[in-house]
Write a new protein. Sequence first.
Length: 301
Amino acid sequence: MQQWMPLLAEHDIGKVLEHEPLSKYTTWKIGGPADALVIPDSKEQLARILKLASEHGIPWMQLGRGSNMLVSDKGIRGLVIKLGPGFDYVRFEDEQIVAGGGVSLVKLCVMASKQGLSGLEFAGGIPGSVGGAVYMNAGAHGSDVSQIFQSAEIVLDTGELAVYNAEDMHFSYRHSVLHEQRGMVTEAVFQMKRGDREEISAALAAFKDRRRLTQPLQLACAGSVFRNPPGDYAARLIESAGLKGLKAGGAEVSVQHANFIVNTGQATAEDVLTLMKHIQSTISSQTGIKLVPEVFVVGER
């Protein structure tokens, strides 16, 4: 047992699950155990966790809804922090949406459409949380979070609560300042525009139909594996290289969308990594383009 584990029981930090398999929490259905999965239900509990980790040198990482992440088969040493039900709330204030960091982005899009608020249509198929979307500057269909972001409450790794505006976030392609300044988004405010409910719902439905036809959503996956290189598409490069359908163990390059790797049933993280490395080396040798992963690879190797 990690020597810091008894410290967790001495503080009010929320629910603590020891040696919890993370495959239960990732959309790839892959991942070994965390030393401790901690689920705070308030900003105060989250602040205590991060302050405790800072003071005792306990490694930690955040977990949203488990998309866009490959957890190693050996799992994660230290704390994995997942926001609890206390962060799953939404308020509508005129043309602004205030959402807790744990809210499902897909659910938020549907709620916004019913309110006649436009601006989130692009995110209707992104299977992450509000906090994760802000962290990653999630985007699709030519738009991203930075286009509607107003501000966010963030508990920094010191345990302090801060409020960041759009300039503070330094948004760029799938990137925010939180990649360097560690912290967790507890709440975000989005600036929307009034629109026609039927038109907004129709746009969401059209994006949903497009995803259904082009993405292997019936299998466990994590969305796009690689970032699109400037002026091109990762899926086009992978398909042109003849890599669709390539398998390693239980992992397969999707025959429906070449930038997806699917878990056909018993895939391990090593299976997925084997495919990722083969794709990168093949594309690099054929085109000179170095594909950069969009998914985060985390855990003990």
